[in-house]
Ligand binder design. Structure first.
Ligand code: FEO
Length: 396
């Protein structure tokens, strides 16, 4: 028997829990991933999202314990990324009578991904599906996470099936927020936002306004736990992240070749700490980029440091620069430091990359030769101290 949890009258959680998955296209997931899917049994039967393809059989087993697969009327694809839709072809083989409900962009994506022409029902903002006792209303959320993304809202039970929004990469055996350690859930929600939704921050305010127009008893995302006791908390967090909230934390991210850059990083951290601001330190060889971004989400300052190799930054830093330029954290101040032997190169690349990531560079350059002298150690300390004072003045 598979465990199907009834989360509300006629609404079941039927998705899959991928306990051992540790990587989501580059995002480190030490607590695993869930692919949530929900079954609504009303006068009409509706499946909300599917799962990642390897878990298709598990989804079918869970659903078939509740209803005959040939009786499913609708399969709603809130989002067509493969973690939610790659089991769709497997489900459609067993439920060929079902209409596939999705946005116009979703239809285009499903046809291209799976080369199938299902019985599509394209919906747009404000459209509704009559299920019997309740209606399912559609709220488009373009770019949260893909152009096709939408949420579905079940009247009566007042459940918002939000797909990626409000998700967290964490596996639990119990589906609700209040059945788990809330600190862990909030931490994973932040990490999810920092690594998946951050580039679309300017769209979050509009999405929250749409959510405010309906009463919500539960937010049932497609990753992680269902929010029922901490709805206000997670909405408040999204509002903060969506407006670039930050404290006075300074995150120092570096990599080092022979230790000089590391020495600089540690001296800079001491200077930041001396200001009273909080400091966090990550070496790129030992920290996952997704964990670093989690720390940067609510930080006020980012300091990047690298040794110079071949007139450029170390390769680990090059990867991080590409990552942070794509994510574009909001409302941060930045600074850069570097060490070199006979010729520099890393310093300018770090500073230019910070600007390209939308981070204002608020320091003069700190590019030192070979190893740090006694005076230079003090220079590093003061660099951290002065930068942290600017971050504190900019605290929001
Ligand atoms: Fe969980 Fe954008 O897919």
């Amino acid at each position: 028997m598979m465990n199907n949890v009834q989360i509300a009258k006629g609404v079941y959680s039927v998705g899959a829990v991928d306990w051992t998955m540790r990587d989501f296209h580059g995002y480190a997931t030490p607590r695993g991933i869930t692919y949530n899917s929900y079954l609504i049994v009303d006068e009409k039967i509706c499946l909300i999202d599917t799962v990642k393809a390897p878990f298709g059989a598990e989804l079918l087993e869970r659903v078939s314990q509740i209803v005959d697969l040939t009786k499913i009327d609708y399969i709603v694809c809130n989002h067509t990324e493969p973690d939610h839709a790659s089991a769709l072809p497997m489900v459609m083989e067993k439920a060929p009578q079902a209409k596939v409900v999705l946005t116009a962009q979703g239809k285009e994506s499903i046809i291209k991904h799976y080369q199938k022409d299902y019985d599509f029902q394209v919906v747009k903002e404000g459209d509704a599906l009559d299920l019997g006792r309740n209606q399912l209303k559609f709220i488009t959320l373009p770019m949260l996470h893909w152009p096709d993304s939408m949420a579905s809202y079940l009247t009566g039970e007042e459940i918002l099936f939000s797909n990626d929004a409000f998700g967290q990469h964490i596996c639990t055996s119990n589906p609700f927020d209040d059945e788990n350690e809330i600190h862990d859930i909030m931490q994973e929600a932040a990490k999810y936002y920092a690594n998946i939704l951050l580039p679309y921050t300017r769209l979050v305010g509009g999405a929250l306004k749409k959510a405010e127009t309906v009463p919500i008893k539960m937010i049932a995302p497609s990753h992680g736990v269902i929010w029922r006791s901490h709805i206000t908390d997670i909405l408040k967090k999204y509002e903060q992240w969506g407006t670039g909230y930050h404290d006075d934390t300074v995150v120092i991210v570096y990599d080092t070749m022979w230790g000089a850059t590391e020495d600089m990083a540690r001296r800079i951290l001491e200077g930041v700490a001396a200001s009273g601001a909080k400091a966090k330190l990550h070496r790129l060889k030992t920290s996952a980029m997704s964990d670093i971004m989690n720390d940067i989400l609510e930080a006020g300052g980012v300091i990047l440091g690298s040794s110079t190799q071949h007139n450029t930054v170390l390769a680990t830093m090059g990867g991080f620069l590409s990552y942070i330029q794509g994510l574009k954290p909001v409302n941060k101040l930045g600074a850069a430091f570097s060490a070199h032997g006979w010729a520099g190169g890393a310093q300018k690349i770090l500073e230019n990359s910070l600007e390209a990531a939308g981070i204002k560079v608020e320091s003069s350059e700190l590019a030192l030769k070979w190893v740090t002298s006694k005076d230079e150690k003090e220079q590093c300390f003061n660099f951290g101290l002065e930068f942290a004072k600017k971050v504190q003045a900019n605290k929001k």
